[in-house]
Design a protein around this ligand. Sequence first.
Ligand code: BDP
Length: 496
Amino acid sequence: MSAHDQTRRQLLKAAALLPLAATCGGLARAAGRLSPGSSVPVRFAVRLERPGRVVSDTLTGLSYETGQLADPAFFSADNHALVQLFRALSPHGVLRIGGNTSDYTVWSEHRGELPVQRTHKGGPQQPVVLRPEALHALAGFLRATGWNLVFGVNLKIGVPAMAAELSKAVKQIVGDDLLAIQIGNEANNYESDYAAFDAAWAPYATAIRETDVPIAGPDTGANTDWVIEYANRHGADNVFLSRHYYREAAPKGSIPDLLGGDAEFCAEIEQVMQAADAHHLPFRLTEANSYYLGGRDGVSNAFASALWGADFMLAMAQRGVAGIHFHGGTLESVEASLGRSADTAAAASDLSARRDAVTSRYSAIAGNVELGFQPRPLFYGMSLAQQFAGARMLHGQLDAGSANLTAYAAQRDDALLIALINKDAAHDASVSLAGLNGYRKGRLMRLRAPALESRHDVVFESDADAGSAVVVDTHGLCHVELPRGSAAWIRLLRSV
Ligand code: BDP
């Protein structure tokens, strides 16, 4: 290590100890003053003449275990704190109910043959008994939030008649807020190949379609080829296509790994989108998050997950994905889905830490009915991406130099939106924006926290009142300083 590196490390350590305002608001300047020239020059040229995809209004989604419905007080219009957090995330979000526990559910009203419960290595050890009161409460929750529903019924352990009855009941109780029923959760984990899945799935689909309820799928954990094959065989009978995404298993999680990006998955999504477009169907990532097995403590619930979440949503939206459902919920519900305990959390003392402790590590919202609810860092990353819902993406040319930074642009009505996400732990960025001709001025809003490791103290400036002024010069250029480990979104207005 050079003497310069040594000094720099000490200075960075000192900067990390600064209070929030100084660290976040002025980190670029502070670091710049302490270590001249440490900012990496970045250039992002927006191509106003090259429009891309329209981002769905329903981009923001969440996913919870069916087992979460065991307590009807959780998804209920009376759970005001949770209703308020869902509404704050999106006015048109989509809640997906499913996960491993959906494959082990027994509908209490079913009077016919019951599925034979088998004990499996991993996965739920107990069936979830789903009762009508939970569905009525869920319907009230959806009305109170304005969210729609995607609901998963059994395939792994099920009988088609029970799945059809449950689907019909969901439709009757939830009404038009139901977007679709999905059959089975991650069948790629228990069916040997696509043909075996299709053969198992077909009688369920037939029984459910007889009840006139819309279906979607295949809700596979991975296997892009399954999605394509499913689209080819059943596209005409489905309202959207789906699969899941996790970056890796929790024990393999780390902040550098999470922020490293996933170019391979982006390429897979481009393949999926070709199939979706060919069948004129939306594609949704009905279950996704950073690390499976409940998430990685100190990563999935740290500020790094906010930058990852914002970047992941926008990268997916840019490629045409209609919705991303971040999986989460109580630790109890996720541990039940895994049949084992998840990554352990730090001992809990104050209310906020106790809420964290009872929640799966990757959940965007922490808490339970007894303790109340609060946003996690990921919540704010989702909120940044949500600013792009309904806008039309624009192409742009990014030269990030040596910085781990991503950039997105979109147009909505008279506004130009830009998101800049500096995932770099070591470099501030000095960003030159170009191609902004026709836009004069606007506001810049930041997403920041004391450190990538921060579990709390996230600041997200969600509306223009909170931001700072930016001005575009007569050449369509504008300059933004973006401290390491932070993001910003800019809203520019046309010159009049
Ligand atoms: C997914 C399952 C979900 C689990 C999650 C996890 O659908 O039920 O909770 O993995 O491992 O594959 O965290």
